[in-house]
Structure formats: C-alpha cells, structure tokens
Design a binder for this molecule. Structure first.
Ligand code: FES
Length: 112
C-alpha cells in the first residue's frame, strides 16, 4: 500500500464527489458530512464516472451523497453504493474502496 497526498480538505466540498487521479487510476472522493470517503470512479453498471454524484446540471441534482447510510446514488441511473464497503445490492457487486487520512492541518492522503 502506498500513500498519496491529494490536496487540502477544502478541495473536497461537502455533499459532492471530486475526481482525483493517482497512478493513472481515477478515484471518486466524497465529502459525507465532513468525512471523506474514496471509491474507484467507475460504476460497474455502464462504466460511467461516479464522482458527479451530488452535482447539479441545469438546476437538477444528479445522484446523491447520503450521510445517513454513508452511501451515494450513481449520477447516471441511481444505483446505490455503500461508501464503506463499495457494495451495491442490486448488482451484488463491490467497487474498490480506498482509505483516506486527513492530517497536517487538513491535508488529505489516499492509501492505494
Ligand atoms: S452507470 Fe451507474 S447506475 Fe448506470
């Protein structure tokens, strides 16, 4: 496992996903009520990016970042993924999850 600095916590707005690329791997980082969670940025349904969950397009919110059960809805067809396990019960598949560490006055590190 290796650690990668991905920026200050202010780069990851609450309730939304943010894409980062580490070692050529696209990763979606979500700020869930002030806690950062990271998953592989590729929905197994149609291989579309998950990081747009929580963003708005033409005034309409795409997908969702849900604090209650620490999950997201895919911004494309709304399948739900738990951000701790990466599991989706409909597909019965898991997306890879990554450990996030915030320290040094709000600097964010990702472990791959
Ligand atoms: S691409 Fe994610 S639910 Fe379809």
């Amino acid at each position: 496992m290796s650690e990668h600095h991905i920026g200050p916590i202010d780069d990851f707005p609450e309730g939304k996903g943010t894409e980062v690329t580490v070692n050529g791997i696209s990763i979606a980082v979500f700020n869930v009520g002030g806690t950062l969670k990271a998953v592989h940025n590729n929905c197994p349904h149609k291989q579309l990016p998950l990081h747009l969950a929580g963003h708005s397009e033409y005034g309409v919110k795409r997908g969702a970042v849900e604090e209650e059960n620490c999950s997201i809805q895919c911004p494309w067809h709304n399948l739900e993924f738990n951000l701790d396990t990466g599991h989706n019960p409909v597909l019965d598949q898991r997306i890879p999850t990554y450990e996030v560490d915030v320290r040094d006055g709000g600097q964010v590190y990702l472990n791959l």
